[in-house]
Design a protein around this ligand. Sequence first.
Ligand code: UD1
Ligand code: UDP
Length: 368
Amino acid sequence: MTIKVFSVFGTRPEAIKMAPLVKALEADPRFESKVIVTGQHREMLDQVLTIFDIQSDYDINIMSTNQTLTEITTRILLALQPILENEKPDILLVHGDTTTTFAASLAAFYQQIKIGHVEAGLRTWNKYSPFPEEANRQMTDCLADLYFAPTTASRENLLLENHPEDNIFVTGNTAIDAMKYTIRDSHQLTGVNLQDDKNIILTMHRRENLGSKMQSVFLAVSRIAREFPEYQIIFPMHKNPKVRDLAQKHLSQFANIQLIEPLDVVDFHNLMARSYLILSDSGGVQEEAPSMGVPVLVLRDTTERPEGVTAGTLRLIGTDESVVYQEIKELLTNKTAYQKMAQAKNPYGDGQASERILSGIYSFFNQK
Ligand code: UD1
Ligand code: UDP
């Protein structure tokens, strides 16, 4: 029997990390694969679908400007119900910790459809940090049947919550699988003004950082831009108007700060690989940078990705203006401190996570 596997995702990072898995499912005759996109992100999702040449079977297109968590959740629940009722997949795969992840899991649970959680078991144990992602992943793991944990640490977290050991598979992170598609030495970057080896990337979007915390980071970055004019600071701005308005206000007047549109993932990964330093509150960037040996100053108070901190590539610095300024300055002026962080180590597997997930699904449906 072929196993009917539906994958659902809606935001840029879910799409990037589900794309290699969708490709593997499509190529494997043991599975019938279909894709539902929620369109929680529109432009930033479509960029990924185009790069990986993925056509969705259903697009429920829920995004609205400055959408609330309640709007995202209820629109997804209402739109997924008839699709899941009609299609009755054997299993619905969700990814990570977005509101698409949680709402789609709840929609599947209401139909008693099996749920496979890709990137399961990440934890900060603080439900407001990051918000709402920590609660989304805990609630998704409550509902899931199969757990694809990227590392042994995430497996341990799932065991602490008494999830059944036999249904937890340590797979590596599909982010590493995705990088096999994107990173190429020969890739030509257009639309970015690169400054030899003096390029700094900034990305920032987390809900709990919107407002005063983001402003204090931007003020620190503007001080750095003034004091270190030889560095280019490249900020591919998230499409959220709350991010863009604040960036325009504080960062648009500097010749060495480039406020640009979100890059497609091929451009972005290759830009990362060629950067001196990254400043970010992103989850995915924390997984990708260690294998490139590019230091990341993480603009958050907590992380669910301790592996990169242990590897030495990531440092958690929060959002306080003077701390952010000092930490960046240290890495621009102290070569020993910089070199200590700039070591390529990859704690997230060998790029075969998708294959392990397929094996896990197959064995689950063939053991009954
Ligand atoms: C969402 C996820 C977050 C994830 C992030 C990745 C939730 C609650 N948040 O946060 O976990 O880290 O995606 O980027 O699930 N917008 C556009 N076009 C786009 C994308 C966004 O215009 O392509 C604008 C819209 O006005 C939208 C707003 O950005 O309302 C916020 O998007 P939303 O998905 O709610 O939150 P993110 O901060 O993107
Ligand atoms: N990314 C991208 N273009 C950009 C910025 C980021 O393709 O301009 C990629 C990045 O490499 C990573 C993912 O988007 O794979 C992270 O997305 P984001 O930071 O929006 O979300 P998070 O990972 O924090 O949930």
